[in-house]
Structures are given as structure tokens and as C-alpha cells.
Design a binder for this molecule. Structure first.
Ligand SMILES: [Zn+2]
Length: 171
């Protein structure tokens, strides 16, 4: 590919056979023509990136859902996503597509952050439920940080580890 891009368009075909010969790539008949055609077709086009992969995954999920529930809007949306993916893969405006992908990656990282927070919340809830008989969970009246004390120890003076405020808590 790199070798092909340097030469004049008219010389391309000659150079291509040269490239095949030098790299000892054995191609016969239709294979060679197909590769040549595809290479030429994809030349200067953007190709696949993370955003396109995400679009295609969404498309597949929507296709599955639309066939499960026979829900037409999902099918149409899946079709639109396919068109969008194709448009991005075949686009010649590489700079614009690269910028889109960068924005997508920022969004993706935010999404991962939200996902992690949700996971953390579920883990906290699980821990609370498991320890509900041995620990009393409550929030600091000053800074709202979540605290816990062992149950059944009478009136305890609690010092918040975050804001250092002191208060009494019946365990
Ligand atoms: Zn506090």
C-alpha cells in the first residue's frame, strides 16, 4: 500500500505487480484482481476505527432486538447505523472522521466512568446488606460522608474521618 501510494496513478498497476513479485505473494487469477480492486477502492478512504466498531455493535444489538420484539423503529435505527458506518469507512475526509472518533473516545471514557460508579454503588449496597446485623450505616451530619459503627455498643462518640466533626450515635 505504502509503495503504491508514492507512484503516479498510471504507473500504479505496473508497480502493483512488481510489489507482488518482490514480496513473493502468490496470487492467481481472480484473487489478484479482487485484491487490486479493493486496494484501489479503499485508497485514500478512512477505514474502520473504534467509533465505527461501536456503531456496528449497536447495529447488531438493535437488529437482534428488532427481530426478537418485531419492533420496527429498532430495525430502522439499525439500518441508519449501518449506513452511517459505511459512510465513515468509505469517507475521504479522514481529518473530520478522526476528529469524530476523538470525541467518541472522550464520550466512551465518560461512559466507563459512569459504569464504574454504578458498579461501586451496587458493591456498597451488597456490603451493607451483608453486614446489616453487625454494623450500623449512617451519614456524617456535617459532610454527608458514609460511616459505620458496630451495632449494640450503646451510645458512641463518633469522629468523622473526613471532616473531623464529633457527634453522638446510638449503635
Ligand atoms: Zn464528616
Amino acid at each position: 500500500m505504502i509503495l503504491l501510494r508514492k507512484v503516479h496513478p498510471i504507473r500504479r498497476k505496473v508497480c502493483y505487480t512488481e510489489f507482488i513479485r518482490k514480496n513473493k505473494i502468490a496470487l492467481t487469477g481472480n484473487e489478484g484482481i479482487a485484491l487490486n480492486w479493493l486496494q484501489r477502492f479503499m485508497m485514500g478512504r478512512y477505514g474502520v476505527d473504534q467509533m465505527t466498531v461501536a456503531l456496528l455493535v449497536c447495529m447488531m444489538v438493535l437488529t437482534l432486538l428488532s427481530s426478537l420484539f418485531l419492533f420496527m423503529p429498532f430495525y430502522l435505527l439499525a439500518f441508519a447505523l449501518m449506513i452511517w458506518s459505511l459512510f465513515r469507512i468509505l469517507s475521504r475526509n479522514r481529518a473530520a472522521r478522526a476528529r469524530e472518533n476523538e470525541k467518541f473516545l472522550v464520550f466512551w471514557n465518560q461512559l466507563k466512568g459512569v459504569g464504574n460508579r454504578i458498579k461501586q454503588w451496587f458493591r456498597n449496597m451488597q456490603r451493607r446488606f451483608r453486614d446489616r446485623k453487625t454494623y450500623l450505616y449512617f451519614k456524617c451530619p456535617n459532610c454527608k460522608k458514609e460511616l459505620r459503627v458496630p451495632r449494640g455498643k450503646g451510645n458512641l462518640e463518633v469522629t468523622c474521618p473526613l471532616c473531623r466533626s464529633k457527634f453522638m450515635k446510638k449503635s
